[in-house]
Write a protein that binds this ligand. Structure first.
Ligand code: 13P
Ligand code: SF4
Length: 325
């Protein structure tokens, strides 16, 4: 296949339809007085029409201060839920209600409640990574994201036993950084588990001068191969500060679009898995431009939750937002 057949000309039907769709989305956004918030893992076209693109922490602050009538959340379910918890008077809609998260699913609220009851003698201080349901947040003392987990854990009194849920990899990384011993829920992100020592060693051999940045949801074996481990937002700052022209990025592939947009002049190499050249989160990638257009047009699917649950989940979330200012 020649290079020209890979890239359709600007006038190709596909290109025109994409442009029309983006224009329609922007028109509907104005008509609905909506704000579009998108996670760094969304497809490039969605990132390009969003008012704010960022990590879970930045998105939580953006949702809290949104003053539009409608928040359209392009990410996964727990992120839209978080927006509703911190800004309950807004209508929160999302392109696909089924866009879940394997990490969130690994810790059902009833299992956590039963665990806490069975270990009541430990009087746990529960730190929940934001990748969890409102039900789990409601059972927690404080929430954290990958961007502030170290800072949050450092605030917890030394005499308290900490239970860190649901990501054992992020929890172990926080222990490495803080020296704080914790008990970990045995959950993980299916996608970040697919990066292996072998797959990252292979790409390092191919690009021996490229530094490696990895997300803390990766396993220890992968984190040990990285020059930096951080949240997706911090990856943008870290990459800007590197002099190397090539950087290997070990996280979900949508991140490359954000990096290419904000850190021009560098080549970003997606971290491969053992069976794939780059890694797409099957939940994040359930959102499409068509579904985004439809949800702006119909103002559904809408994210709703019982007020008592929202109010209980809000307490640890507001504590996090306060502690990480
Ligand atoms: P960030 O908050 O670092 O963007 O991580 C979110 C996430 O889902 C990682 O898989
Ligand atoms: Fe959840 Fe993993 Fe997808 Fe992030 S990449 S949304 S942790 S399944």
């Amino acid at each position: 296949m020649s290079a020209t057949t890979l890239e359709p000309p600007a006038t190709a039907p596909g290109a025109v339809i994409r442009t029309d769709l983006a224009a329609e989305i922007l028109r509907l956004k104005r008509e609905r007085n909506a704000v579009i918030l998108a996670h760094n893992y969304q497809i490039g076209a969605i990132q390009d029409v969003a008012d704010y693109v960022g990590d879970s922490l930045g998105l939580s602050y953006a949702a809290q201060k949104a003053d539009a009538d409608v928040i359209v959340f392009c990410g996964v379910h727990f992120m839209a839920e978080t927006a509703k918890i911190v800004n309950p008077t807004k209508k929160v809609v999302l392109p696909d209600l089924n866009a879940g998260c394997s990490l969130s699913d690994s810790c059902p609220p009833d299992k956590l409640a039963a665990y806490l009851q069975a270990h009541a003698d430990k009087n746990y201080y529960v730190v929940a990574y934001i990748n969890c349901s409102a039900g789990v947040k409601a059972l927690s003392d404080v929430i954290c994201t990958s961007g502030n987990a170290v800072k949050i854990v450092e605030r917890i009194p030394a005499d308290r036993n900490i239970l860190f849920v649901p990501d054992q990899n992020l929890g172990a990384w926080v222990t490495e950084k803080t020296g704080r011993k914790m008990d970990y829920w045995q959950g993980n992100c299916y996608l970040h588990m697919e990066f292996t020592r072998k797959s990252i060693e292979r790409i390092k051999l191919e690009f021996p001068d490229a530094p490696v940045v990895a997300h803390p949801e990766c396993t220890l074996a992968v984190r040990l191969l990285a020059d930096e481990v951080c949240s997706t937002e911090k990856m943008v700052h870290w990459c800007k500060a590197q002099s190397a022209p090539d950087i290997i990025v070990v996280t979900e592939a949508g991140m490359l679009h954000r990096l290419e947009r904000e850190v021009p002049g560098k080549r970003f190499i997606p971290g491969p898995t053992d069976h794939c050249a780059c890694a797409d989160c099957r939940f994040m990638k359930m959102n499409t431009m068509e579904k985004l257009r439809d949800c702006l047009r119909d103002l559904q699917p809408e994210l709703t939750m019982p007020e008592d649950l929202r109010a209980r989940a809000e307490v640890p979330l507001l504590r996090m937002l306060e502690w990480s200012r």
